[in-house]
Design a protein around this ligand. Sequence first.
Ligand code: MG
Length: 404
Amino acid sequence: MSTAPPPDWLEHEASWLAPYAMPSRASRGRRYPEPPHPYRSPFQRDRERIVHSSAFRRMTGKTQVLVASVNDHHRTRLTHTLEVTQVARTVARRLRLNEDLTEAIALAHDIGHPPYGHAGEEALDGCLAAVGGFDHNLYGLRRVDELEERYPEHPGLNLTFEVREAFAHHSKRADAPEAAAFRAAGGPLLEALVVDVVDGIAYTTHDLDDALGLGFIALDDLRDVALWRAVTDRVHAGHPGLSGHALRTAVVRELLAWQVSDLIAETGRRLAGHGVRSVADVRAALAPLVGLSPDLAAMHAGLQQFLRERVYRHHRVLRMTANGKRVLRALFEEYVRSPELLPDRHLRRWAGADAVAGPPAAPPLPGRVRVESLERVVGDYLAGMTDRFAQQEFRRLFHPSIDL
Ligand code: MG
């Protein structure tokens, strides 16, 4: 019998969390059970495992909208992730949700994105069509469950059910077998819903800022965007005559602040209006519990429409995405044709590896499963690459050279 006192974070959660927040003590736990930590909650440990993962660091080199190397001013996946995380924490704290869980989900929410943003995802989905396609959320789940190698005792990061389920709920593949166990537990937690809505608010706001900064659009182009006009009026009320760069930064800041305050107020109203009093109520809810008020949601949709037409389809973005797709497709075909070109660690995940590379030098560690489909192994390898690494690999494979 242990005589250690109960961990102090349990008391803190019990006194602080709202009844609809996810408490650590109710977690469905980890795939490989671990003893509790004396002063870190399970979700705090998840957060730290995610930050120490290789997939997290690689988000520095992954495209948000533009290739990560265009210049040093616009967002990458990593800076986007940090923006989402801090806003989501603010919202969670204000609503008395579990901030540690919210933070872990936010930090992990984009780690499954392949290089070259959504274009990269489309290319991989096409390459892998015969074996079930590619979805960045399901890949993110594979990443934390299998592909990250940090422990000899088990594959992956051994995260809690509640952080892992966020990937499954966010996936567009509701029918995927690996998502079934999570969906059976009911709908998503408020902590995951907050991250989802904040993600949308954050990227719309900062993509607009980046597009202005890179000169894809000018302030005048935003004349007919209702949300931009409304926020500009609010800024001009306090600072009449503000223009140019000073106006842009003030409007972007106000745009984010307004949406976040609205999100907190509207979500509070919905939780009260639907009589949500427990995690079970959250899981059973049919109506969306987290969101912007109707007026602001309509204006937000207008801004998204503008970005789709004027930024995401800008010729410089399309040129970059067309090239990114070409790089990934060429690499995919080459590795499937010649699997011996794969690094050993990736090749060994494939069930047919021994025929190509001979028997492995050491027996596999516990819990590591070999994958039947070479295409899936190649797809997972490509999805883990940064934009720059994929380009380098393309050059090494297809440009005449004798470099190692
Ligand atoms: Mg995101």
